[in-house]
Every structure is written in C-alpha cells, then in structure tokens.
Write a protein that binds this ligand. Structure first.
Ligand code: AMP
Length: 214
C-alpha cells in the first residue's frame, strides 16, 4: 500500500499516519519529522532549514526530494509507505511520480483529509506535546485528565516552534497557495479520495480505512 496523506496543517495527517503504520506495518514517512530531526541534530543543513521552518515557509523542493528518495529506498518501505507532509508542491508531486515510476512502484491513493478552517486553527494553536510521555495533546480538545496526566508525571506541555499564531497564519497561506493545487493533480490521475477529517481520531481512522478499501 503506497499512499499520500494530503491536507492542511492540523488536518491530522501525522496522527492518522501513525495509526495506519501500526496496523498495516508500513512506515510513516514524514518530511516534517525528518527535517525536525536534522534541526535537533544541529547539522549545518538543519540550522539552515530551521529558520525556514520556524517562519512556516517551505524548504526547497530539491532538498525534500533528496530526503524522500533516500528514505523510500530503505528496505522497510519495500512493501509500502504512508507519505505525510510530502508532496507539498506540484513540482514535488511530479518528482515523486517520476521516482516511483523508476522504482516500478506507482502510488495507489492520495487521501485528502478535509477539515473546516476554524477547527484547523484550534487544532494548531492548541496543539501540545508532553515533554515526558511524548503524548500529543490539545488544550481545547484533550480531557483535563489527559492534560493532568502529563503534568502529574512531571512533564510540561510543549508547543512546536511553528505552532505560534503568527506562523500558523503563514503555514495555512502556504498550504493554500502551494499544496491545494495537488488536489486537482491527483484528481486528474484518478487517484484522489476525500474523507471528512473532523470528529474523533477513531472516527476519522474508520473513514480512512474504508476509503482505502474502496
Ligand atoms: P509538518 O510537520 O509536515 O507540518 O512540516 C513542518 C515544516 O517542515 C513545514 O512548515 C516546512 O517548513 C517543512 N516541510 C515539511 N515537509 C515539507 C515539504 N514536503 N516541502 C517543503 N517543506 C517541508
């Protein structure tokens, strides 16, 4: 199963990709996570990427393509993968198509995760990660019990550097301008399915599974 999860920041791509990865035993490939790892490692490249990411802008196409082609050549991606946050531009989508053609393993489906703008904003501004358990939480949507469990464990609710209100506005603009055109790109390839990505994580997951079995 080779799929792309498409959707605005905050649509839940990462959350759903992790669930699907656990069930289908294929890797979640998140360019955002890989770039954050490079930033955390403090490499020269990471330092350059950091300012671009903190501003909510896109890292150059050739950089992410390099990361993706290396990653998809790993043995654990042989049986399939879930792309999360890539492609984000038409150029990246064309490059991916070429890469997969060369590998003889074309994409099966691009799943568009559709969420109302107001909900996206709350998901992004409220998003926190527990510094101790690593659990992804949201100050608007998680229960008080879940939030307390983090602080009781001695943890702090950490906010991603690019989840500030100012950067979020830019990330959503960048999505509209650069990534939304991919909806038509995959439609024209006959590969697009759309799911409603509002509701609980499990509700969305059930919709995702049924869209993949159609
Ligand atoms: P994400 O975790 O997917 O929201 O990505 C976080 C940030 O990493 C984005 O705002 C971009 O700066 C960068 N990034 C992630 N994936 C890509 C991509 N496919 N193309 C360009 N930049 C990316």
């Amino acid at each position: 199963m080779r799929i792309v999860l498409l959707g605005a920041p905050g649509s839940g791509k990462g959350t759903q990709a992790k669930k699907l990865m656990a069930e289908k035993n294929i890797p979640q490939v998140s360019t955002g996570d890989m770039l954050r790892e490079a930033v955390a490692a403090g490499t020269r490249f990471g330092l350059k990427a950091r300012s671009v990411m903190d501003a909510g802008n896109l890292v150059p196409d050739e950089v992410v393509l390099g990361i993706i082609s290396e990653r998809l050549a790993q043995p654990d991606a042989e049986e399939g993968f879930i792309l999360d946050g890539f492609p984000r531009t038409t150029q990246q989508a064309m490059d991916l198509e070429e890469l997969l053609d060369e590998m003889g393993t074309p994409l099966d489906t691009a799943v568009l995760m559709d969420v109302d703008f107001d909900i996206l904003l709350k998901r992004l501004t409220g998003r926190r990660t527990c510094s101790v358990t690593g659990k992804l939480l949201n100050v608007y949507f998680s229960s008080q019990e879940e939030l307390d469990a983090c602080t009781d464990a001695g943890g702090e609710l950490m906010q991603r550097e690019d989840d500030t209100e100012e950067t979020i506005g830019n990330r959503l603009d960048v999505y509209r301008e650069n990534t939304e055109p991919l909806i038509d790109f995959y439609k024209s390839r006959g590969r697009l399915v759309t799911i409603g990505a509002e509701g609980t994580i499990d509700e969305v997951y059930q919709r995702l599974l049924s869209s993949l079995s159609e």
